[in-house]
Design a protein around this ligand. Structure first.
Ligand code: G
Ligand code: G
Ligand code: NA
Length: 256
């Protein structure tokens, strides 16, 4: 397949770019952090979203070098912003991990190495792992996180509610944050059942001492409902789409 060989070349030619989507406090409207989201600037096809190439990188194993680059580059960028705009911090940096990254590589060595070159001062690194990967590998994730906690790295369970979660694992995993999938947010202002489900998810998270991030928040009405339900954070077009690094810099300049 053409796209497959293009991916390898793309990595060599530095065609990947990281976008950052702001995450806001719903209770007080302050900027709490960003989620790093990779994009591929393909030389002839234009900007390709991750849904179209992440699965391919997982099949080919390219997710390991690509994922390493995303972690390194986003941490480097955050260190730089922390130096240039210290008054905008503390902020959290959330990075998505694929299962292969934690299973088939020296992930703990990689994290150590990244932290050595970019001390995480003024920002929390938060690793986002999907519900299904967490539930399939609870021992491995727990082992890593017990090392990472000492370095103040946090763990979020991503796309919560879309897969199969074993609630007893949820209790024993070293989690900090639960991210509610946008499919649960989309209808909360029009459908009482959706509202009931999101209430239940937030209550569940809080009973486990987890912060909640609602994904795909698109309207002020949704913000008001989520705020009312005690949801801590929101991410979505209502606040901002994912933006490139230059646009984040401009945002910091404007707010300084
Ligand atoms: O930005 P977009 O909504 O198209 O992202 C779609 C999905 O791609 C996200 O939900 C996320 O799970 C995944 N994704 C984005 N960036 C990364 C990344 O750096 N690593 C991994 N493993 N997945 C990513
Ligand atoms: O799986 P993950 O939650 O990491 O995916 C984030 C993706 O969701 C981003 O690629 C982004 O493009 C998309 N996204 C972000 N905010 C919204 C939103 O408010 N509505 C919708 N439909 N998509 C969003
Ligand atoms: Na995510």
């Amino acid at each position: 397949l053409q796209l497959e060989s293009d991916l390898e070349l793309g990595l060599e030619n530095q065609e990947f770019q990281i976008y950052y989507q702001p995450i806001y406090s719903l209770q007080n409207r302050y900027l709490a952090g960003f989620e790093a989201l990779v994009r591929w600037q393909h030389p002839s096809r234009g900007l390709i979203p991750p849904s179209e190439f992440i699965p391919l990188t997982e099949e080919t194993g390219l997710i390991i070098p690509l994922g390493e680059w995303v972690l390194r580059e986003s941490c480097r960028q955050f260190s730089q912003w922390q130096n240039e705009f210290p008054d905008q911090f503390p902020l959290s940096l959330s990075v998505n991990l694929s299962g292969l990254q934690i299973l088939n590589s020296d992930f703990s060595g990689l994290i150590d190495n990244i932290i050595q070159s970019n001390p995480l001062e003024g920002f929390n690194l938060k690793l986002e792992i999907t519900e299904s990967i967490l539930m399939e590998n609870p021992e491995i994730v727990t082992q890593y996180m017990s090392q990472f906690k000492l370095r103040k790295i946090q763990l979020a369970i991503d796309d919560f509610g879309t897969g199969y979660s074993c609630l007893s694992y949820l209790q024993s995993l070293p989690l900090d944050t639960l991210k509610i999938d946008r499919s649960f947010v989309i209808n909360i202002s029009s459908n009482p059942k959706s509202l009931d489900i999101i209430k239940t998810l937030i209550t569940l998270a809080h009973s486990l001492n987890l912060d909640v991030v609602a994904e795909g928040v698109e309207t002020e009405e949704q913000v008001a409902i989520l705020k009312d339900l005690g949801c801590e954070y929101g991410q979505g077009y209502c606040f901002s789409p994912p933006i490139d690094a230059n646009t984040v810099t401009q945002l910091f300049q404007k707010n300084s």
